[in-house]
Design a protein around this ligand. Structure first.
Ligand code: NAD
Ligand code: DAU
Length: 357
């Protein structure tokens, strides 16, 4: 039985992970610590609130005394660290928050966990799983081989630089203190509970409300898409079989151009939604000014986790996109409140438009 602290568990991947973990291991104790920033949503965890083995704590990973209380008081043996500022466009507008949470927050968490681990005489079964991104590796040209675990880091945005900084700290704590840390670097996730600012939910929601679909640059940037449930299964496998000091790449083997993702979402919405404000939805596609420093292509070589730990993705992009479109169609009450005044202000600033139009 594990006693797991999930940081950022009210966000997109964190809440999917809590659903996976609490559903798979009902005897484990799961504590979520989440600051509930704009991206955190306690409703994502409603299914587990009030359950004996689940506890939600609103708090900041930069708060050392809170972390000390939680680690000691709950006798935590496993940290799964999702908490982060995660959106590249916001990191371009407001980088400071990314340094604070992603770098200082991860450092604070490492220090707290190190003290806790030492106080318990360095148990072998303790784990600090740091959930990171493929963006730390930078940008690939069209014919370059996919990122593997030995690809040198070359982050290009304040977001990816802050994640790279946190990865280096996590690595250093293993090498310097033998702290049992593991790093995973995953490609683009999609699925239920993803905040509206990211490509796939943004396009789904804008189609449903009849707003333009802003495609950056020529739309030919490539991402390697992974269904979020497959990511959660990979993290589970890493926790049970992964080795401290190792890093594991996780990817979907699904390289798709952005414009093709957007066109597919339009077609799915045209097929599945009733009374769309604009039809066919592809009429809403608008090419807009490119993201500064926009990485051209990501692709993940996940043969290490496949061969050593026996994980592989199970959801095809065709099936995953269909399920995701159906989820956003059926969960208007989840996403409508997220289109808040704060979100509109961010949207206007990022897309340089007068309204969400
Ligand atoms: P998200 O933005 O949806 O969720 C982040 C969560 O962290 C939110 O609930 C937020 O309230 C919380 N948080 C932010 N700052 C905090 C702080 N100081 N203290 C406590 N909680 C705080 O992010 P996501 O997409 O679910 O990503 C989760 C993690 O996975 C991140 O570390 C991200 O870098 C990594 N990742 C994401 C993807 C992806 O495609 N989304 C891919 C690979 C890796
Ligand atoms: O690769 C993993 C990363 O994937 C994670 O580490 C990040 O947390 C996550 O946000 C994601 O980063 P991206 O920048 O790749 O995701 P995003 O959904 O913002 O954009 C995906 C692609 O779509 C990217 O090439 C930019 C483009 N895009 C995005 C938005 C929001 C558009 O063309 N228009 C848009 O409005």
């Amino acid at each position: 039985m594990r006693r797991v602290l999930v940081t950022g568990g009210a966000g997109f991947i964190g809440s999917n992970f809590v659903h996976h973990w609490c559903g798979s291991y009902p005897d484990d104790r799961v504590i979520v610590v989440d600051a509930l920033t704009y991206a955190g949503n306690r409703n994502n965890l409603a299914a587990w609130e009030g359950k004996e083995n689940f506890r939600f704590v609103k708090g900041d990973i930069c708060d050392r005394s809170l972390l000390d209380d939680l680690l000691g008081g709950e006798n935590i043996d496993t940290i799964v660290h999702f908490a982060a500022e995660s959106h590249v466009d916001r990191s371009i507008l407001t980088p400071g928050a990314f340094i604070q949470t992603n770098v200082v927050g991860t450092f604070t968490l490492l220090e707290a966990f190190r003290q806790h681990w030492l106080s318990r005489n360095q148990p072998d079964n303790y784990r600090f799983l740091h959930v990171s991104t493929d963006e730390v590796y930078g940008s690939l040209s069209a014919d370059a081989p996919a990122f593997c675990e030995t690809t040198p880091y070359a982050p290009n945005s304040p977001y990816s630089a802050s994640k790279a900084g946190s990865d280096h700290l996590v690595r250093a704590y293993y090498h310097t203190y033998n702290l049992p840390t593991i790093i995973t670097n995953c490609s683009n996730n999609y699925g239920p509970y993803q905040f509206p600012e990211k490509l796939i939910p943004l396009m789904c929601i804008n189609i449903l409300i009849g707003k333009s679909l802003p495609v950056y640059g020529d739309g030919c940037n490539i991402r390697d898409w992974l269904y979020v449930g497959d990511h959660c299964r990979a993290l589970d496998v890493v926790l049970s079989k992964g080795l401290p000091g190792e890093n594991y790449n996780i990817g979907g083997n699904n390289e798709v151009k952005n414009i093709d993702i957007v066109r597919t979402l339009c077609d799915l919405m045209d097929e599945l939604a009733e009374n769309l404000p604009v039809s066919p939805s592809q009429n809403l596609i608008t090419f807009v000014t490119d993201r500064p420093g926009h990485d051209r292509r990501y692709a993940i070589n996940s043969s290490k986790i496949q061969n050593q730990l026996g994980w592989s993705p199970s959801v095809t992009i065709t099936e995953g996109l269909r399920q995701t479109v159906i989820w956003y169609l059926n969960h208007r009450q989840w996403w409508e409140p997220l289109l808040s005044e704060e979100y509109q202000a961010y949207y206007r600033q990022n897309y340089r438009v007068a309204t969400l139009s």
